[in-house]
Design a protein around this ligand. Structure first.
Ligand code: BG6
Ligand code: MG
Length: 216
């Protein structure tokens, strides 16, 4: 018997290739505001809430804005992002994602989405994968952004398991840090140099060996 009973998946950059659309929308806003922004700077935006990203962008540009202006700009970014999602379909699932979700169903491993995104339900529905998850914890349900572990603790709670019985799948440093802070096993998705502290790192879920993971 494995000590792991549930898998907690981040969405953007783990299950589907939507992280690139977040980047494109922030880049468009940064260009509009004349703030330098590139993929390296974008690493800090991964996993964190929309408003925190907005503040980070203003900090990068040594700018300030009142709350109303921040909301206006973040809304603009979100409108562009949602436009980019318009044609989203299963071709945007990342390699191995569907296979791992199917394997969870076969083996009786519980599954949750634990994402900072308020667009998570829309994305799951466009990808037609909502039914693969026993719980969806998204940016509408949490009050504290990663690296706070709230989203993962809520995921474990909704699934009726202990955090120690979970594995987190994350492409963001903030998400990896959230897992570490609660001693939850973390599988990093991406490049090891971007995800220090993850228990293992794979390029994408197609490289995941579920058998060996369950023995870890
Ligand atoms: C996370 C992304 O999944 O969701 C972040 O990694 C993003 O980059 C966050 O800022 C919030 O997303 P949304 O869709 O609510 O703006
Ligand atoms: Mg992510």
């Amino acid at each position: 018997m494995s000590r792991f009973k549930a898998f907690l998946f981040d969405l953007d950059g783990v299950i589907c290739d939507t992280a690139k659309y977040h980047y494109l929308a922030w880049k468009r806003l940064a260009d509009m505001l004349g703030i330098p922004f590139d993929e390296k700077a974008n690493e800090a935006f991964k996993g964190v809430s929309r408003m925190r990203c907005m503040e980070l962008l203003l900090e990068f540009g040594n700018r300030t804005a009142d709350d109303e202006e921040k909301v206006r700009l973040a809304d603009m970014k979100n409108e562009w992002y949602v436009e980019y999602l318009h044609d989203l379909d299963r071709s945007e699932l990342l390699p191995g994602a569907l296979e791992v979700l199917e394997e969870c169903r076969r083996r009786g491993i519980k599954t949750a989405i634990c994402s900072a995104s308020k667009n998570a339900p829309l994305i799951l529905s466009r990808l037609e994968i909502t039914d693969y998850f026993d719980a969806v914890i998204d940016g509408n349900k949490v009050t504290k952004a990663k690296p706070d572990p709230e989203v993962f603790l809520l995921g474990a709670k909704e699934l009726g398991v202990e955090p120690a019985e979970c594995v987190i799948f994350e492409d963001s440093l903030a998400g990896v840090q959230a897992g570490i802070s609660e001693n939850i096993f973390v599988v990093g998705i991406g490049k090891p140099e971007n995800l220090p502290g993850a228990d293992i790192v794979v390029e994408n879920l197609s490289y995941l060996d579920v058998d060996s993971l369950l023995k870890a």
